[in-house]
Design a protein around this ligand. Structure first.
Ligand SMILES: NC(=O)C1=CN([C@@H]2O[C@H](COP(=O)(O)OP(=O)(O)OC[C@H]3O[C@@H](n4cnc5c(N)ncnc54)[C@H](OP(=O)(O)O)[C@@H]3O)[C@@H](O)[C@H]2O)C=CC1
Ligand SMILES: O=C(O)C1=N[C@H](C(=O)O)C[C@H](O)C1
Length: 252
């Protein structure tokens, strides 16, 4: 039985994972941590990770970029692997994560769903054909009105996946309305929409002469992220220090 500590247990994703773990007899929640205490859980909940004295095999973090430093310190100190799902991390926070991965196992992914992870792979092939053929690349993402970061971590991961395949030739242009000049060839435009309860939509548009090719992923429920996070936790428990990602968990 893999014992999981959910960091951000009372948030949208924390509650989704709580439900998924109940249905899975290979995992259990050892404890939760959340700044918000207005929910009663069947497991012990701590107000911050430093005060948590319950042992776990792995941490799943869906919280807030500002909280990730504390999670990494806890995981290094207690030698607990961590599945980092929180997005919007700064350069400094990412550097801290890389340092921590020298001492403990860290799996980071901006999107735990099967669909987006397949798309990350497919886009590498698409861009190698369509980029040199002169197709312009634009990404549009849509999320609910409570989301803190923009663009989404997934939009950046999709762009990075294509840019990695193209030797980092492209620069990113965010929300084009502020840019008062014509589009350059080696740009990827990234635009964010926020509204209502949209779970998460990502579109990658390749616009060429007289034709457009679009890749689109729509999440209809947070369960697609939650299931991936639980599988990642099972995979990561007991793993040696290092950086991991969802391509280690889902093999296509
Ligand atoms: N990788 C993936 O597949 C996915 C990633 N995400 C990312 O996960 C993160 C969480 O998303 P979501 O669940 O929707 O967000 P929520 O705001 O619903 O949940 C986050 C929870 O973490 C709590 N929290 C914030 N700061 C701390 C802290 N310092 N210590 C303990 N708890 C804290 C919040 O409390 P309070 O409300 O009091 O601040 C809240 O209850 C976001 O960054 C989101 O982008 C989301 C979905 C999928
Ligand atoms: O905040 C969210 O809700 C989501 N965040 C992730 C992101 O920033 O990419 C993943 C998913 O799209 C939902």
């Amino acid at each position: 039985m893999v014992k999981i500590l959910i960091h951000g247990c009372n948030g949208r994703m924390g509650q989704m994972i709580t439900g998924l773990i109940k249905e899975d007899d290979q995992v259990e929640v050892a404890a939760g941590v959340d700044a918000f205490t207005g929910i009663t859980n069947t497991y012990p909940v701590f107000g911050n990770i430093q005060s948590c004295d319950v042992k776990a095999d792995v941490v799943i973090d869906f919280s807030n970029a500002g909280a990730v430093g504390g999670v990494l310190d806890y995981c290094v100190e207690n030698q607990v692997p961590v599945v980092l799902c929180t997005t919007g991390l700064s350069g400094e926070q990412l550097e801290k994560m890389r340092e921590a991965s020298g001492k403990v196992a860290v799996l980071k992914s901006a999107n735990m769903s099967m669909g987006i992870n397949l798309l990350l792979k497919l886009l590498k092939d698409a861009v190698k054909v369509l980029g040199p053929a002169g197709y312009d690349i634009e990404l549009v993402e849509r999320h609910h009105n409570q989301k803190l970061d923009s663009p989404s971590g997934t939009a950046l991961a999709l762009a990075d996946s294509m840019n990695d395949a193209m030797n980092h030739e492209y620069t990113y242009v965010y929300d084009r309305s502020q840019v008062r000049q014509k589009r350059e060839k080696k740009e990827m435009g990234i635009s964010a929409v926020r509204g209502g309860t949209i779970v998460g939509d990502h579109e990658v548009i390749f616009a060429g002469p007289d034709e457009v090719i679009e890749f689109k992923h729509t999440a209809y429920s947070r369960s697609v992220f939650g299931k991936g996070a639980v599988e990642a936790a099972k995979f990561l428990a007991g793993k040696p220090a290092g950086m991991y990602d969802m391509s280690d968990v889902i093999q296509f």
